[in-house]
Design a protein. Structure first.
Length: 347
């Protein structure tokens, strides 16, 4: 490599340091404890109200409506756990971990430690083949190489994966619960295994006991299916816009940190309603550049970061929520069409 190219790479690498100074100078990395106290209080308050309404309803098919609202509350609790995992709430890792364990393991039944481990690997290598666990999904193919490797029913599924994507998300909640249980039994992935296992057991036992004591068997089964299905669908619809359909990098890619994070991420426009519905994940570019930035500061950081990228010719992708889903489905459809090999019946 020539000295000129080395100098160019060094200069490009310093751009993130320049952006970081701008962001810090604007106070955008300062913690917002008041905001999070309000947010956590709102989630817990809604959970309490939902519990009271459910008890008053008793054995009634109207409990299905309660299951819908509970799915939204669970997803919002998950967003708080996400922020705790990135140390957005407190400076202390221990304080963030306590919040993450309470809102993740106890409240919604997901392994906080297992999720943090997986999510940190995603942030280090977003949309990078062979390194980002979020594009290594057993049921889906995000690259032509993954699609061409499918056989049998897997190949048939990939050819129709765009059509099946949203129905598949109905199983995401159950998948996350199963992954959480698996994580606490796998050595090396979860730091506080006994604590996490105990909290998961409390959630699962308490959730199922409450549902089956309050409702008859058929109502209880429908409640669980509706609640967990919509919980997974909500989370999936919140995560899909972030990177799906954006450029996928290979292991040998040498992009600097700024470009790797910006070029593989997508922002979603929509104002305060979208901010609330997506838990701030609609500012995916800002979040990936500064993962510890508190959620309410992401909106304030966006104009600064967008202008910084535009001045340096770095593509800054932003669209609406519906367009983001359409782009993700278009990518899945394009990859699925490359699966041209006939089914051999082998798994």
């Amino acid at each position: 490599m020539s000295d000129t190219s080395l100098d160019a790479r060094s200069e490009r690498g310093s751009e993130y340091a320049d952006l970081s100074r701008l962001v810090r100078g604007a106070g955008l990395l300062h913690r917002r404890p008041g905001y999070y106290a309000w947010r956590m209080g709102l989630v817990l308050g809604c959970l309490g109200v939902t519990g009271v309404v459910s008890v008053r309803l008793g054995q009634s098919w109207w409990q299905t409506v309660v299951a819908v609202f509970l799915a939204v509350i669970f997803a919002q609790a998950g967003f708080i756990g996400h922020d705790a995992g990135h140390r957005q709430i407190f400076r202390s890792r221990r304080a963030n971990d306590v919040v993450g364990l309470l809102f993740g393991n106890l409240l919604i039944g997901l392994s906080y430690g297992g999720w943090v481990d997986k999510h940190n690997r995603h942030h280090a290598h977003p949309n990078t083949e062979g390194q980002d666990p979020d594009i290594a999904v057993a049921a889906l193919s995000f690259t032509s190489g993954q699609a061409e490797a499918r056989r049998g029913l897997g190949a048939v599924f990939v050819r129709h994966q765009a059509t099946l994507f949203f129905p598949l998300l109905l199983l995401e909640g159950l998948h996350l619960h199963a992954s959480g249980v698996k994580a606490v039994f796998r050595r090396g992935r979860v730091k506080h295994r006994r604590v996490e296992a105990s909290l998961l057991a409390l959630h699962i036992g308490g959730y199922l006991t409450a549902v089956f004591l309050l409702l008859d068997t058929s109502q209880a089964i429908v409640f669980v299916l509706v609640n967990q299905g919509l919980f997974g669908l909500y989370l999936g619809c919140s995560f899909a816009p972030n990177h799906k359909g954006m450029p996928i990098l290979d292991r040998a890619d040498s992009l600097d940190y700024l470009r790797r994070q910006v070029l593989t991420s997508r922002n979603v426009r929509g104002g305060w309603l979208v901010d609330g519905l997506l838990g701030g994940l609609n500012y995916q570019i800002e979040h990936h550049l500064f993962p510890s930035m508190p959620r309410p500061n992401l909106r304030r950081a966006q104009p600064l970061i967008r202008q910084f990228c535009l001045e340096r010719g770095v593509s800054y992708h932003e669209t609406t929520l519906l367009q983001s889903w359409a782009q993700a489905l278009r990518h899945l459809r394009t990859v699925g069409r490359r699966q041209t090999r006939p089914s051999t019946g082998r798994s």
